[in-house]
Each structure stands twice: as structure tokens, then as C-alpha cells.
Design a protein around this ligand. Structure first.
Ligand code: SF4
Length: 436
């Protein structure tokens, strides 16, 4: 089963397994997100798709399809596979009997709108800067650029929606739709604008305390803290956003079970999926967090994502990974999506070089899907739902596509990237990159 869209790849493979079980067929399955692309995007997309299936015990061989030298695929595949081995001894998770999600079709869980969380809002990204050297300039680590020369904020499409600052005593105005989360004790003492600053409470504190925000309250919760009386109390409070933690080694299944309990109880409180890591290697952090959380977003669960890491990974890579996971699961589109093949003997040009050239010129075109494919034999068929395509057709020759239609055929490779940009412009999909 091949698809470059992780959502389609997961749903179709589940459907295949379902049909095989009905027929008492038990063939091993080869899984992978095809044409996943290059670099971080390719890795995150692959981990989201394969992780969602491996977490359910589906998949016997794995292919990671990167637009890179082929030997770079195997270590990534091994890391993902190894991450799922040894989960058999996890803490028990209650079995679900009244399964209420359709595993073959995407449907976003219905949730209340609390400020800018839940409801029709895209999933939020929360960046944890509570342990950082704090200054207004340091917020660039969450995508918040402060231009002191003009005393103004600049945000790209990937700027964290909320900053968690723990106990930090911050003193600046919060721009636009953005917000701050403080530990409850600190928040109580805070004398600034409480329309933009909200508390994070434990469930125990929430049950004890009176003075909470009348607009938005983040409550930390674990699966084993959920019971009927907790659901009843939370359901009656329209200010609550849950921050779902887990320490189960099968955290994906435990967090999914938590959502099932809420759906079963018709509780529509928005839920932020939080995962904590201790990684010193950026790729390990990206693969693990994508494999753990991507499958939940693919199934329409989760109103936000909050990743933390106690190891040595740059803070800016953490929030960018969160956006990458939302993009790969198509829960929130915040950048251009690239579909590019791994290349093979049929490729007559340097696909890595071209893919990176196209990326450098188009990465600000949020929402567009651009394919870079090595050959005319399989390229057009496998670039699936791309908006634009660059397809090699022979030595130094390229055809350019608008969706499924070849709009420029057999043009010289040297002109092809400029021509691609012209076609994007002619079709009204171009905008100039933001000045940052
Ligand atoms: S060059 Fe063609 S056949 Fe080879 S990987 Fe790319 S699309 Fe597939």
C-alpha cells in the first residue's frame, strides 16, 4: 500500500488488515510513507505514518523513503522499529469495548472552544521556555521575533501559540492571539494582563482552589486520574483545557484510551497532548515524538501539542518538530509540503540538489504541496495530490505539472525551477516571502 499522505497510508493499511482478518488471511505487511521527502520533514512524516501502524502491531517490514542517499534510510527505519519493540510489558490500559472512532476515516473529535483552543481552531503549539535563559530576545526560540528597533513583534506561520514560562516573572505585553501559561502559584501573584496569561494547575489543585481564571485554565491530568466524578466536574466548567501527560511506555495507547473515555462520556473538553523526552540527538527526539503523537492527530484527537525535552536538543527544534508533526498528520498546515521520491536508476538529474533549491524558493508558500519526482514512468502517478510537480523526463529535460496536468513539457533543466515559480505565479498561488 503506497501513499505519500500519511493519513491515507495509515487508513488504507488499517482497512487492508481489517479485510484480511475478515477473510482469515494473515500475510505479512510492508509499510512506509512513500515519497516522504528529505531531511526533517521526511523523517517526521515517516515516523508519523509508520509509528501510527506499529503502535497497533501492524507492519512486518518497514521502508523509509527519503530523498537522500539510500544508506541514510536504514538507520531511521531501525530507530523507529526499535522504539516500538519491548512495549509488551507496559502498565495495563483498560480495554475499550465500545469503540467509537472510525479507524478508516478522519473525523476531528468535537470539542468546546475555550479562548483559542478546541472547537474549530487548529491544534495549538505550546513551547516550554520555563528552563531557558529568559529575555524578550530569547523568545525567538519559540518563533516570537521581537524587533526592538520598531518595538514590534513578527511571527512566521510557525510561531508557538502559547509560551509556558513556569515561575518566570515576565514583563511585556503579549501580542495578538498569543498567550502565556504560568504555574498556578506564580499566576496567582501575577498582576499583569490576565486576559493573555493563564494558569497551569494539577487536578488536585483544581479541586481545591477557588481563584482560577474565568477565561481559560490548563489542568494537568494522567489517564489513571480520570473517573466519572472527575469527568462530571470538568464537563461543567467551560474554561478548562486538559494537558494530557503520560509516563506509560506505551504512551500512545494510554493517551488514546484517555480520549476514548472522554468520547464515551460525551465530554467535549479540549485536550493538549503532552509528551516529555530526554534526548540528546535531534533526530531521535523528532522520530520518537512524531511516532508517539502523530497517530493521535491522524485520528482527529488532540487540540494542541506540547513537547518537552530534558536532554541536549535546541529549544527551537522542539517547537518546530511540533509544527512538523501537525503538518505531517495534516492537523495544521503551516508550511509548504514537499513530496519527493527517493530516486533510482531512472533519475537523470540530481534530485537532492533540485529538491533543496525548490524548497529554498518556495518554503514560505504555506499550504501548497509541491512534488519533485525523478522520472515520468512513476512520478506523475505517485505525486498524488500535489498542487505542482517537477518531473524528470530524460537527460536534462523536465516537465512541469499543475495538479495532474503537464503544463510545460520537456523544458531544459536549467530553466525548470524558474519556470515552476512562474507557473505558481500565473496560477495566483505565489506570495513574496515575509521579511524577518
Ligand atoms: S525515479 Fe521514478 S521510479 Fe525511481 S523512485 Fe523516482 S518516481 Fe519512482
Amino acid at each position: 500500500m503506497k501513499a505519500s499522505n500519511a493519513q491515507i497510508m495509515v487508513q488504507s493499511t488499517r482497512l487492508l488488515v481489517n479485510k484480511m482478518l475478515e477473510e482469515d488471511m494473515h500475510y505479512p505487511l510492508h509499510i512506509g510513507v512513500t515519497e516522504a521527502g528529505e531531511g526533517e520533514d521526511g523523517r517526521i512524516k515517516s515516523a508519523v505514518g509508520t509509528g501510527a501502524l506499529l503502535a497497533d502491531g501492524i507492519g512486518d517490514t518497514v521502508r523509509i523513503s527519503l530523498t537522500e542517499d539510500p544508506e541514510r534510510e536504514i538507520p531511521v527505519a531501525k530507530k523507529i522499529v526499535d522504539y516500538f519493540s519491548g512495549r509488551g510489558n507496559h502498565n495495563p490500559i483498560k480495554a475499550i469495548h465500545d469503540y467509537q472512532l472510525n479507524p478508516f476515516q478522519y473525523k476531528k473529535r468535537i470539542t468546546n472552544s475555550v479562548n483559542n483552543a478546541g472547537g474549530k481552531h487548529p491544534p495549538l503549539v505550546i513551547s516550554d521556555l520555563s528552563k531557558a535563559e529568559f529575555s524578550i530576545e530569547s523568545l525567538v526560540m519559540a518563533g516570537w521575533f521581537y524587533k526592538s528597533s520598531v518595538k514590534n513583534w513578527i511571527f512566521s506561520d510557525i510561531a508557538a501559540d502559547y509560551l509556558y514560562l513556569g515561575d518566570i516573572n515576565y514583563k511585556f505585553d503579549i501580542p495578538g492571539e498569543k498567550g502565556i501559561i504560568l504555574e498556578y502559584g506564580r499566576w496567582k501573584e501575577f498582576r499583569g494582563n490576565k486576559n493573555k496569561c493563564f494558569p497551569l494547575l494539577s487536578l488536585a489543585d483544581y479541586f481545591k482552589e477557588q481563584g482560577i481564571s474565568d477565561k481559560m485554565n490548563f489542568i494537568k491530568i494522567y489517564y489513571n486520574e480520570l473517573n466519572d466524578s472527575v469527568i462530571k466536574k470538568l464537563t461543567g466548567d467551560s474554561t478548562i483545557v486538559l494537558v494530557l501527560e503520560t509516563s506509560n511506555i506505551n504512551g500512545f495507547a494510554e493517551q488514546r484510551a484517555f480520549f476514548y473515555e472522554l468520547i464515551r462520556a460525551k465530554c467535549n473538553i479540549p485536550v493538549i497532548i503532552k509528551r516529555n523526552y530526554n534526548e540528546n540527538n535531534k533526530e531521535d527526539f523528532q522520530l520518537k515524538s512524531a511516532a508517539d503523537t502523530g497517530g493521535l492527530f491522524l485520528d482527529g484527537l488532540g487540540d494542541g501539542i506540547w513537547l518537552t525535552n530534558t536532554g541536549n536538543v535546541e529549544l527551537r527544534d522542539i517547537y518546530k518538530t511540533a509544527f512538523g508533526i501537525l503538518q505531517a498528520s495534516r492537523a495544521r498546515i503551516s508550511r509548504t509540503e514537499y513530496i519527493s521520491c527517493p530516486s533510482c536508476g531512472r533519475t537523470n538529474f540530481n534530485i537532492q540538489e533540485v529538491a533543496s533549491k525548490i524548497r529554498s524558493r518556495t518554503s514560505h508558500l504555506t499550504g501548497l504541496k509541491i512534488a519533485v519526482m525523478g522520472c515520468i514512468v512513476n512520478g506523475p502517478g505517485e505525486m498524488a495530490d500535489a498542487d505542482y510537480g517537477y518531473v524528470g523526463v530524460g537527460k536534462n529535460k523536465v516537465s512541469l505539472y499543475k495538479a495532474r496536468l503537464a503544463v510545460k513539457k520537456n523544458i531544459q533543466e536549467e530553466e525548470a525551477v524558474d519556470e515552476l515559480i512562474s507557473i505558481i505565479k500565473e496560477n495566483g498561488d505565489w506570495r513574496e516571502p515575509p521579511e524577518i
